[in-house]
Design a protein around this ligand. Structure first.
Ligand SMILES: NC(=O)c1ccc[n+]([C@@H]2O[C@H](COP(=O)([O-])OP(=O)(O)OC[C@H]3O[C@@H](n4cnc5c(N)ncnc54)[C@H](O)[C@@H]3O)[C@@H](O)[C@H]2O)c1
Length: 440
């Protein structure tokens, strides 16, 4: 794990170059058209998880701006209707880039294993995060390049499995992208470069937010097993989503660590609970978390995420330093204000969801090394650490969190397996209780 410090100017620059290359942060890498023009340039792609992001990420891949001739050849989803919906939407938009006959459409929880037998070059994984380590291990074992969504795990055992599988991926020369699109947004790259160059001085504290009114709910249907119900309504179960601090706020926590030189906090303490989302369709997760993270050099990172309608919403990251500050809107502009200078405003530019595919495909077409797990997995573990702090109400250290044996997995991965969360007689699932729930 990288230990560079943006607080130290000399090491800052060196590490930025190293890290920027890994995250595509240096912008356009030299791209050899000769490789692309050589003929056998079709990039076959298969998707697991055909929901909102899966369909969106496919569209980003198929409409890439680097001339990659991407073709969709196989689909997997736990539920067959999602495959058909995705196929309809993608075929309507990209009729010449879709070839998914019925025998390359796979359902149920083990269908991802068949994707690697289809001749796909790249597996795109947009399934719920709880499945990510298991799916990634399989893709790596089968020697496939992978583009997978964040977060990378929901608990510490999953984090360790991811790290181990990623080492194997690197040893096999596999390219691995992670859907942290903010790492590819031009205004994020510019602002973080300015922070690392010392323009706002030494960072004193950071603030990051993902406050919104929340996401979809998928109520229980007749005849569903408990496993089918939880997997369908996956957002509301910690073993599947990690809670929204992990599933969504991971974007901002990853940027916070990036601002700090791709370092992770060493402790966390926080508050959280559920106040608005208390009905039986809301599973066990909290609807708000507020965490104070502390880095090794004492710098504080304040993190807030909320899923309650009618409140102040923000998706943004802010770094305050001894000479000024940087504020970045997730999907808006960014500003740097330095003492004695006029503020500089940078507009958003192209959407990072498209840029992340351009960067990945350029590396793929050029046969270059590409690995985004190394840095972004710290964001996943930071979010898990934050959740451990809010669920328990204790101060939790990074080392305790990473070593945790608390495994959230169900008894197996079949429709009759037993997930750990159980509803009470009123259909309501118990949630964590600070002061009583064990941290790790
Ligand atoms: N980077 C981003 O901007 C961004 C935006 C949205 C979502 N995401 C991420 O994408 C992932 C999916 O989110 P979404 O919004 O598309 O959710 P979604 O519910 O719309 O899609 C998830 C799909 O996965 C399917 N699924 C469930 N279990 C599965 C399994 N074991 N194997 C394969 N498929 C399975 C579901 O049936 C569903 O169709 C999450 O990790 C989420 O954090 C990222």
């Amino acid at each position: 794990m990288e230990k560079s410090s943006p607080q130290s100017r000399s090491s800052t620059r060196r590490n930025f170059l190293h890290t920027a290359a890994a995250s595509g942060a240096l912008g356009v890498l030299p791209w050899s058209r000769a490789v692309h023009a050589a003929g056998s340039d079709m990039v076959k792609i298969a998707l697991s998880g055909c929901g909102g992001r899966g369909t969106g990420a496919l569209a980003d891949a198929l409409s890439n701006s680097v001339g990659g001739n991407v073709q969709l050849i196989a689909l997997h989803d736990a539920f067959g209707d999602r495959i058909e919906n995705c196929l309809r939407a993608i075929s309507a938009r990209f009729p010449d880039k879709v070839d998914v006959p019925p025998d390359r459409r796979f359902t149920d929880l083990d269908g991802y294993q068949h994707l690697t037998e289809t001749g796909a070059d790249i597996i795109l994984d947009c399934s719920p995060p709880g499945f990510r380590p298991m799916h990634f291990e399989h893709y790596v074992q089968a020697g496939k390049h992978v583009f997978m969504e964040k977060p990378l795990a929901v608990d510490a055992p999953g984090f360790r499995r991811m790290l181990a599988a990623n080492e194997q991926a690197k040893a096999k020369g596999l390219r691995v992208a992670v859907g942290h699109h903010l790492r590819h947004e031009l205004k994020h790259k510019e602002m973080i470069s300015r922070i690392w160059n010392g323009e706002i001085g030494r960072i004193t504290h950071l603030r990051v937010y993902f406050n919104s009114s929340g996401v979809w709910v998928r109520p229980r249907k007749p005849d569903q097993t408990e496993m089918q119900y939880q997997v369908n309504n996956w957002y509301y179960f910690t073993w599947l989503s990690g809670d929204h601090i992990v599933e969504q706020h991971v974007h901002d926590l990853d940027v916070m660590n990036w601002m700090m030189g791709n370092r992770h906090p060493v402790t966390a303490q926080g508050l959280g609970g559920r106040q608005f989302r208390v009905g039986k369709d809301y599973g066990e997760i909290f609807d708000h978390h507020a965490v104070e993270f502390t880095y090794e050099d004492g710098t504080k990172g304040f993190s807030y995420c909320r899923h309650i309608p009618g409140c102040w919403d923000s998706f943004s990251e802010h770094a305050h330093g001894t000479k000024g500050f940087v504020s970045i809107e997730g999907h808006g502009h960014a500003i740097i204000q330095v003492e004695g200078r006029d503020p500089v405003r940078v507009e958003r530019g192209p959407d990072g969801h498209g840029l992340e595919w351009d960067d990945f495909l350029k590396a793929h077409l050029n046969g270059e090394a590409y690995n985004e797990v190394d840095h972004t997995i710290l964001g996943t573990m930071t979010a898990i650490l934050g959740r451990m702090a809010t669920y328990s109400g204790q101060i939790v250290t990074w080392d305790e969190a990473v070593a945790s044996q608390l495994d959230l997995s169900p008894s197996g991965y079949t429709w009759d397996a037993e997930p750990q969360p159980k509803p009470g007689p009123d259909g309501i699932y118990p949630c964590a209780m600070p002061g009583q729930t064990k941290a790790y």
